[in-house]
Write a protein that binds this ligand. Sequence first.
Ligand SMILES: Nc1ncnc2c1ncn2[C@@H]1O[C@H](COP(=O)(O)OP(=O)(O)O)[C@@H](O)[C@H]1O
Ligand SMILES: O=P(O)(O)OC[C@H]1O[C@](O)(COP(=O)(O)O)[C@@H](O)[C@@H]1O
Ligand SMILES: [Mg+2]
Length: 459
Amino acid sequence: MSPGEPGDGRAAACGSVRHVIGHDDLAVRTLGPCRIDSPLAERLEARETTQHSVMEDDRVLFDDTLSMAGARDVPVQGLPSLEPGGPRKRIYFDPAKTRVGIVTCGGLCPGLNDVIRGLVLELARHYGVRRIVGFRNGYRGFIPHYGEDVVDLAPDVVQHIDDEGGTILGTSRGKQDPEEIVDALERLNINILFVVGGDGTLRGAMDVVRVIGERGLKVAVVGIPKTIDNDIPYIDQSFGFQTAMAEATKSIHAASVEARSAPGGVGLVKLMGRHSGFIACYSVLAKDDADYVLIPEVPFTLHGERGFLEHLRRRVQERGHAVVVVAEGAGQEHIEGEEPGRDASGNVRLGDVGRLLRRLITEHLDAAGVENNVRYFDPSYAIRSVPANAYDSAYCLRLAHAAVHAAMAGRTEVIVARRRRRFVHIPMALAVSRRNHVDPLGDLWMSVLEATGQPVRFE
Ligand SMILES: Nc1ncnc2c1ncn2[C@@H]1O[C@H](COP(=O)(O)OP(=O)(O)O)[C@@H](O)[C@H]1O
Ligand SMILES: O=P(O)(O)OC[C@H]1O[C@](O)(COP(=O)(O)O)[C@@H](O)[C@@H]1O
Ligand SMILES: [Mg+2]
């Protein structure tokens, strides 16, 4: 399941100029040559690139259609390609002398504890890295002012943390001074920092990498991308997304039960999705109970003969009930009088589109003399605070393995990700260069329109 990317996925809209992704965008930084035999080296003998694995000296093509590759008009060796993830025969760091830090930042997502657990177990059990600390409450865990202690992490500490949602380290929002963060890394003699977070976290990590370079330090910073909204580009899907989407279907089904059990029943469900409507789309496709899906990527008019409210009225009168699923970032253009503001990280604070729709739907049906019972569900935090399901648990473990392999091989300013089902290294700069959106002209949105029967646009 690979949520669509706008356009061909090759060009990234950087400001007004559409930038075509090329070799330089995919180059991965390393701290230096790998001179130390890896403890996993013997497992890597006699392997070759197959449908299921990519050797370390091979590369994974970025373009995955003939038209995209053909449009490059270069020989195959000149096609943009990504460094594959996975263990290397030789590594940069000496495991016996390596200290590792782990930090989780931003909003919760199912699987954070699975990632922490996976990192610690792979480091300790397979690389023999014993000095692992967790920084508490996001980047503020590095800042003396907050007085956060560091958490010693070891296999026995993390063995069962994946049974719980959230993150044992805690998380936070709000920019911190990268100089102070690197001060803490130096004080603790940290050689590798794993950052688990979304676009903001990765921007913060890039600031940290800049300061590390300015100080001439050899510290690797590797990101495991995290976002409940699935808004990180160039990756198949963020960890926890499947779990969150599955949780959301429970609320959608409940809304459908309520709507079908009352005259003029309207079930209204608001889901997370600040700028991207992937959770709304996939949870509706999974539980085909919804009549309407409203997402940030597809504006809609409320009023008038062809507006959303009139369409809903007709649907309620014809069928006696309806279910509406709205992503929290949709319809912001209709919210007046609320100063959006921003959270501590600078993310825009959204107006409550759920409350607006609940009021307008009731008013519109009342004015039309249509009996109605509007039931409003807002499971936002409920769907991101649950433990990962089996699929995401396994995915988190594999991402953690890939992150440890990358870091031990001296890669830095990079995220590990699965793209087109291959684990690859993606430079952080590319990961934050644009946001992953539902493509209104793509096949995902087409499926949603087919599943709900809603019109292509309300205008
Ligand atoms: N533009 C930025 N530059 C530097 N650091 C940032 C930036 N945005 C966020 N951060 C840091 O990353 C952390 C998490 O960012 P946030 O946007 O809240 O969540 P997420 O990374 O999950 O999207 C913040 O606590 C902050 O320290
Ligand atoms: O956790 P907060 O500060 O209430 O913010 C809620 C927002 O965080 C998100 O869960 C995304 O958070 P991240 O970008 O940190 O993953 C949005 O879906 C939601 O709008
Ligand atoms: Mg974010």
